[in-house]
Write a protein that binds this ligand. Structure first.
Ligand SMILES: Cc1cc2nc3c(=O)[nH]c(=O)nc-3n(C[C@H](O)[C@H](O)[C@H](O)COP(=O)(O)O)c2cc1C
Length: 315
């Protein structure tokens, strides 16, 4: 195995770069663009119990330094995912690892997706998207520690496969949410999902996005993602997948030094699908030039003198 390979979640990962959920479909859509099986892996588009049509147009818009999206978690639903999407992943990916992104509006809905997938082949584990409204509680799972703990505990009871919880950045102290996931039995964390945002068309005096608001992603959120990854990493011992604004090896290495073992690339794929390959090569070069043994030696090694604390940093 090479210098960028690692053992995580009970298996070997040939590289640290995954394609982020919602930006690579179910894999097949990307197979003509880049050699998917050479990557660390990919995370599928969200899968819900029932198919979802998603939100009205416009669903995406470019922003300074990124994009705003409100797709509305459009997806084919559990049954069609198993029938039509998983077989392709099983047949075509031998070395790249697959995480299935799971969504729901109640604990039972999330649990039904996990239970419905667990006996199937073609994927390693689950990435749980907790940026979803909880119909039973009225808030998002990811911003309600009690609901988050209950959800993760329930899913832990449904599967022995790796459970990676994808945290929302929209909380005052992400470390507390990371610890809730660890205590409830999660195997890892993905940091972070998108930030809420809105754009207005000044000629029409209407929101640009059909759903009014959406999620901001891309280079603009890189510093927030790095900081929140560092906060989560200092709060728990769980392996972390760093996400947010990554375009280059240097961006990815910031996440690694902050505490991420793996990274995901999303918005950058819309500009250059091959950036995922370039990031891996750049990390290999960094390791070689600095005489580091392998990638795992770099994880969480940012030299920070003061202990982690919540604050704006300029006080
Ligand atoms: C068009 C689009 C669709 C997305 N769909 C999902 C999704 O279904 N589930 C999820 O957990 N995250 C979804 N995300 C969030 C990304 O996986 C990622 O967390 C976010 O975009 C930040 O990474 P980036 O700056 O590299 O894009 C989506 C992002 C975009 C841009």
């Amino acid at each position: 195995m090479g210098a960028v390979s690692q053992r995580l979640f009970g298996v070997e990962w040939q590289g640290p770069v995954l394609l982020a959920s919602g930006t690579c479909g179910y894999g097949e859509e990307y197979s003509d663009l880049i050699p998917l099986d050479d990557l660390g892996g990919l995370v599928t588009k969200a899968v819900s119990v029932e198919p979802r049509e998603g939100n009205p147009p416009h669903r995406i818009s470019e922003t300074p330094g990124g994009m705003l999206n409100s797709i509305g978690l459009e997806n084919v639903g559990l049954e069609a995912f198993v029938r039509e999407k998983l077989p392709w992943l099983e047949e075509n990916l031998d070395r790249a690892r697959v995480l299935v992104n799971v969504v729901g509006n109640s604990v039972d809905e999330y649990a039904a997706v996990v239970a419905g997938l667990d006996d199937e082949d073609g994927f390693l584990g689950y990435e749980i998207n907790v940026s979803c409204p909880n119909v039973e509680g009225g808030t998002m799972f990811g911003t309600d520690r009690e609901a988050l703990g209950r959800l993760v505990e329930r899913l832990r009871g449904e599967t022995d496969r790796p459970i990676v919880v994808k945290l929302t950045p929209n909380v005052p102290d992400i470390g507390a949410y990371a610890r809730v996931c660890e205590e409830a039995g999660a195997d890892g964390l993905s940091t972070i999902n998108t930030f809420p945002g809105m754009l207005i068309d000044v000629d029409k005096r209407r929101p640009v996005i059909g759903n009014v608001n959406g999620g901001v992603s891309g280079p603009a959120i890189l510093p927030m993602g790095v900081y929140l990854t560092w906060q989560a990493a200092t709060a728990t011992d769980l392996p972390i997948i760093g996400i947010g604004g990554i375009r280059s090896a240097e961006d990815a290495l910031q996440y690694v030094l902050a505490g991420a073992s793996l990274v995901q690339i999303g918005t950058a794929l819309f500009v250059d699908p091959e950036s995922a390959v370039g990031v891996t090569e750049g990390i290999e070069k960094y390791i070689e030039e600095r005489d580091v043994g392998d990638l795992s030696e770099l994880v969480g090694t940012v030299d920070v003198e003061r202990p982690a604390r919540v604050g704006l940093g300029y006080e």
